[in-house]
Design a protein around this ligand. Structure first.
Ligand code: GYE
Length: 331
């Protein structure tokens, strides 16, 4: 309501040719009161992707752009996200932006937001809620498609291979949409390719430290050197941890050795792909701030944003990359 009044005042100001800046009103209130207030619950800072995603949000939802951003870092705990959302509801923010750590467990808190008439925008991962009206829009990646890009590359790269293809799979945070989609693509392909063998499935929790630890533990338990053809890493930081562990144990990584596959396409991973140590990088775009703003502006104008919006993404191998291309990337 307050915003409707503001828009009316603003429109009047424009008609009268007044010099008023956007979102100030004629009553002498502090301009800050006229900012659109966004309560944002971010998963954490577990990966380079996540840091780039937070930066994209902070760059868009700035005071100069007409927003007041209440940013909460949940330090990878769903209970922290739920507490933050309840606080945003008490503070009567205009919108809640939620990057859900995992898919389940959101029904009641999102119901509370709905009862308070605060639209919720899901970003990056999804929330698996029974009632779709509990969120206004979802903006993120199609993780199953990303996994399928990786699997297609494996299928064509190892087509001629008669012998067993030994695969290690290091997963991201269990129960998150990114993990579920990327895992589903690999598991479905393993089912259909009789000679693809899953040597191990490890939990890397999307962090470099965890991936390094689980990969080191695994390799230390293998007598001598085992033939490993592919390490399917569910994000770049997992790939960095796995690469370090493999090299420390004397494995050679690259097309002639262990083929590391990764997701995100941060500059660090693309550089390792260009130098030949990572074989395939599947892009996952974290720069979602402008799309979230579009959805909010659609609602501000009384419209309905698209319910699900997926960003375009591609896959890179060494041949696709140059130093100049990597330098141009924003993350
Ligand atoms: O791949 C990973 C991050 O949900 C897309 O989460 C995101 C994933 C991303 O920690 O690096």
């Amino acid at each position: 309501m307050k915003r409707m009044f503001l828009l009316a005042v603003l429109a009047l100001g424009l008609v009268l040719g007044s010099a008023c800046g956007a979102r100030t009103n004629s009553q002498g209130d502090s301009p800050n009161e006229e900012l659109i207030v966004i309560g944002m619950s971010q998963v954490g800072a577990e990966s380079d992707w996540r840091v780039a995603n937070s930066e994209s949000m902070k760059a868009v939802f700035s005071e100069e752009n007409g927003y007041r951003l209440l940013f909460n870092d949940a330090r990878q705990k769903q209970e922290n996200q739920i507490t933050a959302i309840r606080r945003f509801i008490q503070q009567q923010v205009d919108y809640i932006v939620l990057m859900p750590i995992s898919e389940s467990g959101w029904d009641s808190v999102l119901q509370e937001a709905k009862e308070a008439s605060i639209p919720v925008i899901l970003v990056d991962r999804m929330a698996d809620v029974e009632d779709e009206s509990l969120y206004a829009a979802h903006i993120g990646s199609d993780f199953l498609r990303e996994g399928t890009l990786a699997v297609n590359w494996m299928e064509s790269g190892f087509r001629e291979r008669g012998e067993t293809l030994g695969i290690i799979h290091i997963q991201g945070t269990l129960g998150s949409t990114a993990q579920l989609g990327r895992t589903a693509a690999l598991e479905a392909a393993i089912e259909t390719h009789g000679h693809w063998e899953l040597l191990a499935q490890l939990d890397g929790d999307f962090t470099q430290a965890k991936a390094y630890e689980v990969m080191t533990d695994y390799l230390s338990g293998v007598p001598g050197q085992r033939r490993i053809d592919v390490v399917y890493c569910e994000n770049d930081n997992i790939a960095f941890g796995a690469l370090q562990a493999l090299e420390e144990q004397g494995y050679r990584c690259g097309r002639e050795g262990v083929n590391i596959i990764t997701f995100d396409a941060t500059r660090g991973a693309l550089a390792e792909c260009l130098n030949g140590k990572i074989s395939l990088v599947v892009e996952c775009n974290p720069l979602l701030g402008p799309l979230v703003e579009e959805a909010i502006q659609t609602m501000e104008a009384g419209g309905t944003p698209e319910k699900h919006r997926y960003v375009e993404e591609q896959a890179f191998t060494q041949e696709d990359l140059t130093e100049a291309l990597i330098a141009c990337r924003e993350y």
